[in-house]
Write a protein that binds this ligand. Structure first.
Ligand code: GLC
Ligand code: GLC
Length: 806
């Protein structure tokens, strides 16, 4: 069952049934001010950091679901409704929510009155603009009453939800003209305030929540709305809100437009007050003026659309498969940017409080966006490297506001350092900007700088210096799989598996890190080649050879690659185990590393994946699932079978198999796996899948779960970057490399003719692929026969590339 449809021309997903299986959301904002908005206008806003600068309040996991947001109430001669259906939930004659790139438009219609609200955060603007239009499409005159509504949060999101003994006494607001100013804690140490303005005169307002709602009422039935009045209240403590009240009369055909701004402003310490406790509002007034009429709003929306169109234009494909086109051209790229901005901080599954920027997460996110905004990728790489420690290890996370490593969480996840080589090499391949290697970055954010080249060298040698008894990398607390905690042995309920390290073992080893080392180690060696460091390259390659030998000797289980050795040196992910016999990660990483390609083991590993792990909804992480908690394996055995890391379809790692299949020339299989988890292909089973059909979810319940196919944790996941990387670089096969663009499509028979536009280092490659089913590729560059590498020939050039398979 579907709840909407794609509009590829306008790059929108249009939801036409508000009762989606889960709130289907969108993100507004690209720099400082951000909002999350659901298809019924639920959600909240924050400035830069969802944890420390929460602007409006949102209650996670609330009942009813998704209550609280940016609401409008229409009272049409006694009939009360909301354009987004919620919160009033009065049945509408028409409803639509258009989620576009950086904006959402919600439309409702009842009894001949049409309401449309556009929500977006303009470029370079610290606020959300809302343009509401009401149109009387009936033949009668209508007397309309309109209320707006937002609820303020007290900046620190966790404190806001917990510290009531203080918070209920500190709320403060000011009201001037049509603007409500929120200034809780401004009288003391905060130099920022928020405001909610309207560009029309108001007939009243409310800022005290209980006076507006009425005691014991929900958002669905505010007392003032029902009465068609406003209390003109000023909040003193309790829970401040902002609600504007308008009364109007609309003739048939007449329209009424009002522009609201939910803004954030800062003042210098010495300029905070106009008079005793009265905010200096100059900054807010300047912002309000920028959007005082509809043309200014429309203009800003056009610019925002232009911004996104431009970003997406770096990779565009035209094929016979609309779903493929919309994933690649629009949604997968969009999600990759959003994930880059937010890491894993704020979504409908991430509360915006718990997590900072993950070292491994953010490095991997680079591969999904460095083709769009390489400058941002460069800065992020430097920020990440600056948290690295002198021995090459890494803090697992850093806080976005301070950019400092999180000391409480610490490090010792031994895959972390290697992901820095992935991001640096991806950036170099995309941009050819070798100067990044000379940029000096500190360790642990202080003193002692070292070049980025030295940082990635330290990453490389961190593995070499931390090998276990079989010559395989020590796992530390965990590798990519946060829940494979081989040195943890936690018996304390509620204890964090990520930080507990009861055992200081030097035995537990990871085959996945071994595979990573072969891949990213070779990237390091190639970087040495290109920067004239032949000795470093030779040295590095000798370590890589040793690692390959160790994998061959100790990590091949007969039909697949083992996963690890545990604290006692026992096998994990082997047919000798009772449960968890085969894991996905080591199959992906060892095959991507080129292991067993010649002697058939790689193919055998893929066959085992197909047999044991693949399901109609994607590839599960392991099999058989763990049914009992096992001290020596940690969190992975804590999840019920079929969920999350315990045999869920963890979408992040499916592309590793997709890439492996493509590398082995199994084009059909690669595309088949791609389609199983790509959301656009799942639109028809939205009722089962539950999360948005336009973005990937982190996890889909696996075959051992109660309801296989149910997705969770949409939006913020490494799945976005990895799938974009897999489809564009390995299936469509247009792959940036140090010297140019590598052409290596592995396309299935069902795609016979494709056109790709790839903008690369300021040049444009117009690529056409003719697929006659064969595997022999001929490539022409600007009319001349060419090998598979398109050498980069400079900025501004437009190239014509023709690829024929026969
Ligand atoms: C989550 C984490 C990521 C980890 C993955 C597997 O997505 O953000 O860092 O690799 O889970 O455990
Ligand atoms: C939990 C999650 C896992 C995540 C980790 C780190 O273990 O299950 O997916 O990576 O927390 O926050």
């Amino acid at each position: 069952m579907k709840y909407g449809f794609f509009n590829d021309i306008d790059k929108e997903y249009i939801i036409n049934n508000p009762k989606t299986p889960y709130p289907w959301i969108n993100y507004l904002g690209n720099e400082n001010f951000f909002s999350i908005i659901s298809n019924t206008a639920g959600g909240y806003s924050f400035y830069k950091d969802a944890s420390k600068r929460r602007i409006t309040r949102y209650r996670y996991n609330n009942v009813p679901a998704d209550d609280g947001g940016k609401y409008f109430y229409i009272n049409d001669e006694g009939v009360v409704w909301s354009p987004g259906w919620k919160p009033v939930k009065n049945k509408l004659d028409e409803y639509a929510c258009h989620h576009g790139l950086g904006y959402s438009k919600i439309k409702g219609k009842l009894n001949g009155l049409k309401a449309e609200v556009l929500f977006f955060v303009p470029l370079d603007f610290d606020g959300e603009v809302q343009k509401l239009t009401l149109k009387n499409e009936s033949t009668e005159n209508k007397k309309i009453k309109l209320h707006s509504f937002v609820e303020w949060a007290f900046w620190n999101a966790l404190d806001d939800m917990t510290n009531f003994q203080r918070n209920l006494s500190i709320g403060e607001v000011e009201v001037e003209d049509s603007v409500v100013y929120h200034k809780t804690e401004y009288r003391e140490r905060r130099n920022h305030y928020a405001f909610y303005s309207a560009n029309q005169p108001i007939n009243g307002f409310d800022t005290d929540r209980e006076s507006f709602l009425g005691a014991y009422n929900g958002f669905d039935h505010p007392e003032q709305v029902a009465k068609g009045t406003s209390g003109n209240t000023i909040a003193h403590g309790w829970s401040p809100i902002a609600s504007h009240f308008f009364e109007m009369e609309l003739n048939p055909g007449e329209e009424y437009e009002v522009i609201f701004i939910l803004g954030y402003a800062e003042n210098k310490q010495e300029e905070k007050f106009l008079s005793q406790d009265v905010i200096n509002k100059a900054n807010a007034k300047r912002m309000i003026k920028e959007f005082s009429n509809g043309e200014q709003v429309d203009q800003a929306l056009t610019e925002l659309k232009q911004y996104w169109t431009n970003l997406l234009s770096h990779f565009q494909v035209k094929s016979e498969d609309d779903k493929l086109n919309r994933m690649v051209n629009i949604w997968n790229q969009y999600q990759s940017m959003i994930t880059y901005f937010f890491s894993r901080s704020a979504s409908y599954f991430e509360s915006g409080i718990g997590r900072g920027m993950g070292f491994r997460d953010s490095n991997q996110d680079i591969i999904g966006m460095c083709h769009m905004v390489p400058d941002l990728a460069r800065q992020r790489i430097i920020d990440l490297a600056s948290t690295q420690l002198k021995d090459g290890s890494a803090f697992h996370q850093y806080q976005p506001l301070t950019k400092k490593g999180n000391h409480e969480l610490g490090g010792n996840f031994n895959d972390d350092p290697l992901w820095l080589i992935l991001s640096v090499s991806a950036y170099l391949k995309e941009t050819g900007d070798w100067s990044i290697l000379d940029v000096e970055a500190p360790f642990d954010n202080n003193g002692n700088e070292s070049s980025i080249f030295e940082h990635i060298k330290l990453s490389f040698y961190h593995v070499v210096n931390n090998l276990g008894p079989h010559g395989l990398p020590l796992i530390g607390r965990a590798d990519w799989n946060d829940c494979l905690n081989l040195n943890c042995f936690s018996e304390e309920p509620g204890e964090s598996f990520q930080t507990t390290e009861n055992k200081k073992g030097k035995v537990a080893e990871s085959v996945m890190i071994a595979g990573m080392f072969v891949i990213y180690g070779e990237e390091f060696a190639r970087i040495c080649d290109f920067t004239n460091n032949p000795d470093e390259a030779i040295k590095a390659r000798s370590h890589i050879e040793k690692m390959k030998a160790a994998i061959d000797k100790y990590a091949w289980d007969g039909d697949w690659f083992m996963r690890a050795y545990d604290f006692f040196g026992n096998k994990v992910g082997s047919k000798e185990n009772e449960e968890g016999q085969i894991f996905i990660e080591s199959q992906g990483f060892c095959v991507m590393a080129g292991l067993g390609h010649e002697d058939g083991r790689a193919q055998q590993a893929m066959n085992s994946v197909a047999e044991r792990l693949s399901t109609p909804y994607g590839i599960v992480l392991l099999n058989p699932p763990f049914t009992k908690y096992q001290l020596n394996l940690g969190e992975i055995t804590s999840y019920p079978p079929g969920y999350k890391e315990n045999a869920g379809i963890f979408c992040h790692n499916n592309p590793w198999i997709i890439i492996s299949e493509a590398m082995l020339g199994n084009n059909e299989k690669a595309f088949d796996y791609y389609k199983r988890i790509a959301p656009a292909y799942l639109e028809d089973i939205s009722d089962l899948h539950k999360t948005e059909p336009y973005v990937y979810a982190q996890m889909i319940a696996g075959k051992d779960a109660a309801i296989p196919g149910e997705a969770k944790n949409s939006w913020l996941t490494g799945t976005a970057a990895w799938n974009l990387y897999a489809i564009t670089q390995y299936i469509l096969g247009i792959r940036p490399d140090y010297e140019g663009l590598r052409i290596d499509p592995k396309i299935p028979d069902e795609l016979t003719s494709l056109k790709i536009v790839r903008k690369f280092r300021g040049a444009i490659y117009n690529i056409s692929i003719e697929n006659n089913g064969g595997k022999k590729m001929t490539c022409y560059l600007d009319g001349q026969k060419n090998g598979s590498l398109l050498p980069y020939k400079g900025m501004g050039k437009i190239h014509d590339v023709k690829i024929i398979f026969e």
